[in-house]
Design a binder for this molecule. Structure first.
Ligand code: MN
Length: 221
């Protein structure tokens, strides 16, 4: 991941603010990225500004190690580190609709595990609708299998050692300017702008990391 160490900066979106219209509106994208994500970045930098040893860690390492830290570090790193990491996956995982049917090894694996891509999307949306309050629905890689999970607030799947593939942000700030209270309509629109090529790349990276993890285990034994 680009800019994976302190000081964290807000990387530009890989597309224009209005690129996802009419599914996700330009004003939502601009405020979500430039204000909400920027706030998480500022607070994360502020949290570790007096801790040079933590500044050496990557964003992923910070999140994974937060559980071992005491307050006042653990919760701010979990919230703001997660806020940076989760939003980067969310924003990078979107694109204007291409019209081309999704393909790749991830799509094959989804079909094998969930019956079909359509069936997967139905289950994924149902999980997104279940979240009480703020959080995310994730497609993650867990020990060789795909899994749909929900996480509250900005808790990252990294906290549970899952490898993230697709992130759906269901915080109201992700949709209320256009969809008001209608999370269901937002999720339907979000599904039109999933970047399946990026999702497939994330999946392939998860597979690669999974193989490496096995090798490390063998060496330690
Ligand atoms: Mn958000």
């Amino acid at each position: 991941m680009e800019n994976d160490k302190y000081p964290f900066v807000n990387l530009p979106l890989p597309y224009a603010y209005d690129a996802l219209e009419p599914f996700i509106d330009a004003q939502t994208m601009e405020i979500h990225h430039d204000k909400y994500l920027q706030n998480y970045i500022n607070r994360l930098n502020d949290t570790i500004k007096d801790y040079p040893e933590l500044q050496q860690l990557t964003l992923e390492e910070l999140i994974k190690n937060a559980v071992y830290l005491l307050d006042p570090l653990r919760i701010p790193i979990q919230n703001n580190g997660g806020g940076v990491y989760n939003h980067r996956i969310y924003f990078n995982g979107l694109q204007p609709p291409t019209g081309a049917p999704p393909k790749g090894r991830l799509i094959d694996m989804i079909a094998a595990q969930f019956g079909s891509l359509d069936n997967f999307l139905i289950i994924f949306k149902a999980e997104g609708m279940k979240i009480f309050g703020s959080g995310y629905t994730w497609l993650v890689f867990d020990n060789g299998k795909l899994r749909i999970i929900t996480m509250p607030n900005q808790n990252s799947p990294l906290l549970l050692n899952y490898c993230p593939i697709i992130a759906l942000d269901v915080w109201e700030h992700a949709y209320f300017l256009k969809h008001y209270y209608m999370r269901s309509a937002y999720i339907d629109d979000w599904m039109q702008v999933i970047n399946w090529d990026i999702a497939n790349q994330n999946y392939m990276q998860c597979l690669a990391n999974f193989g490496k993890a096995d090798v490390i285990t063998d060496v330690n034994e």
